[in-house]
Each structure stands twice: as structure tokens, then as C-alpha cells.
Design a protein around this ligand. Structure first.
Ligand code: ADP
Ligand code: ZN
Length: 523
């Protein structure tokens, strides 16, 4: 097995060892910083090409590069691929045979190994640090670095040992992750780099060929059918929040003459594999799926992703739409959402078993997505901004094409808040809207709500307008459904300045279909 001739630069290695002719966005910069011996944190999307960012430096640097990864199958794949390319690589994981482990030790003792993959558990084994010193380890690369963070879903306690390892070896560390949110990033810096900020790269999140749009869910089934009908013959994914919905939508699409299949975690493994293979192989299949579909999907020519229900966070949103258009050709992403989605997602967070801070973080991730849904300017700019990338308006989202019309909603929002407070934060939007519009339903009369000062103060707006106001207030987290009280709306702290008259609220003049058909409401 060979190592790189000393004169060979990253560009030459890219071509000779890996067979690619150009770097992906961010790769060359990250490689440059790693090779210069700086601590680095690279945040790149899944599939963005993080592995090369440590594999190429490993070939240029003296001694050995240690790669820590939690994914044993992935490590084995990489070791196999590297060996096939003539690179001296090995792995120490619980999946090793005794013989494989001995081979690795022999290669280390001969000073021949360039890349050593290691599962984090191994860091707890006595002798590991000594072994790495003997092997003249000159770089530590940490894949899936977010596993060190307790905020995420993938926390791996053994990752907490990496900081000690770095100090013991005194070598630079390069951390890689696709998770970009601020809390996770702060924890990575804290725990892997002793709070000394590494050189941070955040690149490659933009997927400019995907046109992004959101629409209010007013006739859910019909909206899906119309979208699919206009794209007959293209491969696409419809994501749904529940298994039942994947099945009923798949059936409806089949009845409309599409080639469609349901996919969810309740199906047995063989059935799921069959759908995956069919999707990979055939053109024009529609898979109607829950989040369970995607990890193994590597089809470059998915032309569209339709989220028939709102995902749970901005990260899930990004991951799901990102499955479209991997080939770089034009693709589309449409997300349908409505007040029921907001209630469902809030309830899922609140009813989960996570500790309170985690729930707050999950609400915040949902808020970021709702902010995107209720955006009033370029969606891509907001999305990339969330991940930390600056960008100009994109020209390829629904709001760039058709800017939102806004209205000053400060007065209606204050009326709504007042209705919420005067009824003890105990009711949902329907009842509150009845009060505001002066609709004396039996429930309103029974509770004496027709005698409230807020009764009928919102007569000037139609019920549909009020629904839009409540939905957008929920979207901006001014109101939040209380899970303990069947979705009764509570006012949040964010709403206080509005109630006190210290800040104004501008909402979108939307988009409810029924509303458009109606003549303008007289004051
Ligand atoms: P990540 O770890 O960021 O999810 P990988 O490192 O596994 O991504 O890379 C994803 C895919 O992209 C791999 O198949 C890899 O070979 C390919 N790839 C990486 N860099 C390049 C490049 N510069 N040109 C072409 N393909 C690349
Ligand atoms: Zn845009």
C-alpha cells in the first residue's frame, strides 16, 4: 500500500486516489485549514462530502490520522473503499475479528497505517492513548461531532472522552457534523475544544435547484392530488405525519392512475426494502411515507418532495426537501401546513418524555420552521440564515416570485390576546373567534362570554380572517396550545410587548381560498 508522494497536493490526491476532478463547496477550504494544523469545525450537509476533508489531509500529513465515528457499518465501508484505492486504512471496532484487530496493530507497529477508524467506546479502553502515541497520531478527526451534545438525539457519552484524548496527544482536531443549530455547535466547541473556538466552516447548505414553497392546508387531499397530477411521471416523495395517512393517500394516488406506494415503520423490513428498491429502479414512482423513509434513499433524480403535513423542526424540513434534485436539475419542494399541524407538533413535544430544557429547544426548532412557513420575504434566505449562511434573495421560492402582502395586525392581535386572557387561557381558537366575531353560540352564552367586553369587538373581520390571525399568532409563538388542557391557547412571553402596546405585528394578508371567493368584508 502506498502513501502519497510528498509533492502531491490535495487537488492531485483528489484525482488520483478518489477519482474526482473538482472539490465540492467548502471541501478545499476545510482541507487547507486542517493541513495547516488548525483546530476546525466543519458543518456541511449530509452527502456534502465531509469524509474527504479528513481523508485527504491524512494522506498528506506525517504519521496517522485517527477517525472517531459512531457508525460501525460506515467505518467498515470507508476502510474497504480506502484499501481498494490503495490507502493504508484500518478500523478498531466491536465488529472486528481477532485477526482484523491483530492486522491493525501490526500495521501500526510497522508505522504503515495512515487512517485508523475507531468507535468511541474504544476510547475508554486502557492503552488506547499509548497506542495512539506509538502510532504517531498527528490528527484527530471526529465524524458526527454532534454526538457529543446532549441537546441532540444522538448523544454518545463516550464522545465526552475526546477532549481528554486531544489534550493528551496535543494534536489538532477536526470535527465534522451536519447539525447546525447554535446550541449543538456551542456544546461541540465547549466539549471538544475546551471552549477555544476552532476555525469554523459552514458551507454547502444551499440547494439552489430546489424551488421551495409553502401553502396553507385548506383541502389537504385535493392539494396533494393536484400537485401530483401536474407532475405525472416524475419520481416524488409525499411525506405524512402518520402511517394511516400514508396508506390512504397512496391509495388515492393509485386510484388517480399514479404509480404510488406507501412506506412506514409499521411495514415489515422486506416490504420496506421492496419499496426502496422499486423507487430506486423505476421512473415516476411516488412514495407516500413517514419520516422512516429517507435514510437509505440515494436516488439522484427525485423531482419533488411534498410535505403533506408540517415536519417537526426546521432540521427535518431541510433534510426531507434535500432528498429532491440531488442531480442538480430543477426540483420542487412544497410544504402544506395549517393550525392542526401546529397543534399536533406542539403536543408531540409537550407529551414527550424529554426534560424541560430539551422540550424548550424542540419548541424553538419548531418555531424556526413556523417562522419559515409564515415568512414574509425570501424563504431560502431565512432557511440558510438559520444554518448560519448569508445569502441574497434567491429568486427561486414562492415569496420571491409572488411577494407576500402584509397588513398591520396589531389591533386584531391585541383583541385576540385580550379574548384569550379574559377567558382564563382556557379555550381554543374556534371559541375565541366566536367571541370576537360576536357569534352567540350556546357555548358562548352558557359561559357568559357574550357579556365580556371583548364580545363582538372583532366583527370587522370574517371568521376566515380571524383563523389566519390565530394561526399566524401560533406560528410566531405569541399563542401556544396548552397540552394539559386540550389545546387551550395560552399567551406566551413573546406576546407581552404587543399587549402592552410596545411593539407592532404585521401579518400576511393571506391566502385562505374560501376567503378569496368572498367579497371584501365591510368594516
Ligand atoms: P457526508 O459524510 O458529508 O455525508 P460523504 O463524505 O459520505 O458525505 O460523501 C458523500 C458522497 O459524495 C460520497 O459518495 C463521496 O464519494 C462523494 N463525494 C465527496 N466529495 C466529492 C467530490 N469532490 N466530487 C464528487 N463526489 C464527491
Ligand atoms: Zn427566495
Amino acid at each position: 500500500m502506498d502513501t502519497a508522494p510528498p509533492h502531491e497536493d490535495p487537488q492531485a490526491l483528489l484525482a488520483r486516489v478518489f477519482g474526482f476532478d473538482s472539490f465540492r463547496p467548502g471541501q478545499a477550504e476545510v482541507i487547507g485549514a486542517v493541513m495547516a494544523g488548525r483546530n476546525t469545525l466543519a458543518i456541511m450537509p449530509t452527502g456534502g462530502g465531509k469524509s474527504l476533508c479528513y481523508q485527504i489531509p491524512a494522506l498528506c500529513l506525517p504519521g496517522l490520522t485517527l477517525v472517531i465515528s459512531p457508525l460501525i457499518a460506515l467505518m467498515r465501508d470507508q476502510v474497504r473503499a480506502l484499501r481498494e484505492a490503495g490507502v493504508a486504512a484500518g478500523a478498531l471496532t466491536s465488529g472486528n475479528t481477532e485477526e482484523e484487530t491483530e492486522d491493525v496493530f501490526r500495521a501500526i507497529d510497522a508505522g504503515a497505517l495512515k487512517l485508523l477508524y475507531m468507535a468511541p467506546e474504544r476510547l475508554g479502553t486502557t492503552g488506547t492513548i499509548g497506542l495512539l502515541r506509538r502510532a504517531r497520531c498527528s490528527l484527530i478527526a471526529v465524524d458526527e461531532a454532534h454526538c457529543v451534545s446532549q441537546w441532540g438525539h444522538d448523544f454518545r457519552p463516550d464522545y465526552l472522552r475526546i477532549g481528554d484524548l486531544r489534550r493528551a496527544l496535543g494534536v489538532p482536531l477536526a470535527a465534522f457534523t451536519a447539525t447546525a443549530d447554535a446550541e449543538t455547535r456551542a456544546e461541540i466547541v465547549d466539549r471538544l475544544f475546551d471552549s477555544a473556538p476552532p476555525e469554523t466552516f459552514l458551507r454547502g447548505f444551499d440547494r439552489p435547484n430546489i424551488r421551495i414553497s409553502f401553502a396553507l392546508k385548506d383541502r389537504p387531499r385535493q392539494q396533494v392530488m393536484e400537485f401530483a397530477a401536474a407532475r405525472r411521471g416524475q419520481s416524488g416523495i409525499v411525506y405524512c405525519a402518520t402511517r394511516a395517512r400514508t396508506e390512504s393517500l397512496a391509495r388515492a394516488l393509485e386510484e388517480a392512475g399514479h404509480n404510488a406506494r406507501a412506506y412506514h415503520g409499521g411495514m415489515d423490513a422486506a416490504e420496506r426494502r421492496m419499496v426502496e428498491e422499486l423507487f430506486q429502479r423505476e421512473d415516476g414512482l411516488i412514495v407516500v411515507a413517514t419520516v422512516a423513509f429517507g435514510m437509505g434513499v440515494d436516488k439522484p433524480d427525485i423531482r419533488w418532495v411534498l410535505q403533506a403535513d408540517l415536519p417537526k423542526s426546521i432540521e427535518s424540513y431541510y433534510q426531507e426537501i434535500g432528498r429532491a434534485g440531488r442531480d442538480g436539475a430543477p426540483a420542487e419542494a412544497l410544504t402544506l401546513y395549517g393550525p392542526d399541524d401546529i397543534r399536533l407538533r406542539r403536543a408531540q413535544v409537550d407529551e414527550g418524555l424529554a426534560p424541560t430544557e430539551r422540550k424548550e429547544a424542540d419548541h424553538a426548532r419548531l418555531n424556526a420552521l413556523l417562522g419559515l412557513a409564515e415568512a414574509t420575504s425570501c424563504r431560502r434566505q431565512i432557511l440558510l440564515g438559520y444554518f448560519g449562511e448569508d445569502s441574497p434573495p434567491c429568486g427561486n421560492c414562492d415569496l420571491c416570485t409572488l411577494p407576500a402582502r402584509l397588513f398591520n395586525a396589531t389591533t386584531p392581535v391585541r383583541k385576540a390576546l385580550s379574548a384569550v386572557l379574559r377567558t382564563g387561557e382556557s379555550f381554543g381558537a374556534g371559541h375565541l373567534i366566536d367571541i370576537l366575531t360576536g357569534t352567540a353560540t350556546p357555548k358562548v352564552r352558557e359561559r357568559g362570554h357574550d357579556r365580556l367586553p371583548t364580545f363582538a369587538v372583532g366583527k370587522d373581520l370574517s371568521k376566515a380572517r380571524w383563523q389566519a390571525v390565530f394561526r399566524q399568532m401560533m406560528g410566531r409563538d405569541l399563542l401556544r396550545p396548552d397540552p394539559a388542557r386540550h389545546g387551550a391557547l395560552r399567551m406566551t412571553d413573546a406576546a407581552r410587548p404587543v399587549l402592552r402596546g410596545e411593539s407592532e405585528v404585521h401579518l400576511r394578508e393571506d391566502t385562505v381560498k374560501a376567503e378569496r371567493a368572498r367579497p371584501a368584508v365591510a368594516a
